[in-house]
Design a protein around this ligand. Structure first.
Ligand SMILES: NC(=O)c1ccc[n+]([C@@H]2O[C@H](COP(=O)([O-])OP(=O)(O)OC[C@H]3O[C@@H](n4cnc5c(N)ncnc54)[C@H](OP(=O)(O)O)[C@@H]3O)[C@@H](O)[C@H]2O)c1
Length: 265
């Protein structure tokens, strides 16, 4: 462990086995944070950990945990307590996309998404936040999406869970504004990760896509400035500013037409 670790509390990253989460882990390691990395894929978590350990002298704990099961937040909290290191940063990043007609979606998968994107994040925040407030320092980053800016047909529950996260996180950010704790909602646009393979949908986004590096750079630079809402690049800025001014019904119809599964035409 380097001398840097002794001054930093733990940074927890959920969904750290790949994509945006793995990039958060790398960047936080380069800032000297000891890490608790969580996901379900042990091999990938080990790879991320080995990669970090090659470049940085920080302690890395990896834990396999399915965050879509009831009680997962309490398990995460217990793991953090076991490390006996105060938690400086919690990044609720784990998530997945789901694409198709809602009435055909498997109920188990819907429940998994609600649990992972909403219940586990809310419970984790409730568990970790009080100590941060007591210590008058710390940060929680909830990774939402530009998909949370508007209802998206054929990705209805995904967009709705991300809208929940935005509303929840921004309200909390105001509650804790003078407490020394930062709550950030990170809203990436379409990002080049495995996300679209899992979702079974690759958007033809006229605004193009971003890299995980760009997302995390924007998020952590925003964290340094205690910013509560992060979008990425000019595309994110544009979506955030303009979507709210367009007539909502028309917008949903347009998005629905673009996203609609082709086989149903
Ligand atoms: N990529 C995009 O276009 C995009 C855009 C906006 C927002 N986002 C958001 O960014 C976050 C990260 O996504 P990504 O793009 O990095 O996708 P990704 O490459 O598919 O990574 C998803 C991560 O979430 C973890 N995960 C999924 N289900 C989990 C569960 N039940 N328990 C624990 N971990 C779980 C996965 O780990 P295991 O496989 O090891 O479980 C993986 O590490 C998500 O919240 C996503 O909604 C992505």
């Amino acid at each position: 462990m380097s001398s840097q670790d002794q001054h930093k509390g733990l940074a927890i990253v959920t969904g750290a086995s790949r994509g945006i989460g793995a990039e958060y882990a790398q960047r936080l390691a380069s800032r000297g944070y000891p890490l608790l990395l969580v996901g379900r894929d042990k091999t990938r978590l080990q790879q991320v950990s080995e990669h970090i350990s090659r470049d940085h002298h920080v302690k890395v704990i990896i834990e396999c945990l399915d965050l879509s099961i009831v009680g997962a937040a309490h398990q995460l909290f217990a793991l953090a307590q076991k490390s006996k290191t105060p938690v400086d940063i919690l990044i609720n990043n784990a998530g997945f996309g789901m694409y198709g007609t809602f009435s055909d979606m498997p109920m188990t998968r819907i429940r998994e998404m609600l649990q992972l994107h909403i219940t586990t994040v809310v419970e984790s925040t409730r568990l970790f936040l009080p100590t941060m407030i007591e210590r008058r320092s710390g940060a929680i980053i909830n990774v939402a999406s530009v998909a949370g800016f508007l209802p998206i047909p054929y990705m209805a529950e995904y967009a709705a869970t991300k809208a929940f996260l935005i509303s929840f996180s921004e309200a909390l950010a105001e509650e804790v504004r003078e407490s020394g704790v930062t709550i950030q909602t990170c809203c990436p646009g379409s990002t080049e990760t495995n996300f679209h393979n899992t979702a079974g949908y690759r958007p033809t986004n006229p605004l193009g896509s971003q890299t995980a590096q760009e997302v995390v750079q924007a998020s952590l630079t925003g964290l340094d400035k205690h910013r509560s809402r992060i979008t990425v690049g000019w595309q994110g800025w544009l979506s955030d500013r303009f979507l709210r001014f367009l007539p909502r019904t028309l917008l949903i119809q347009m998005v629905g037409k673009q996203v609609k599964p082709r086989t149903r035409d």
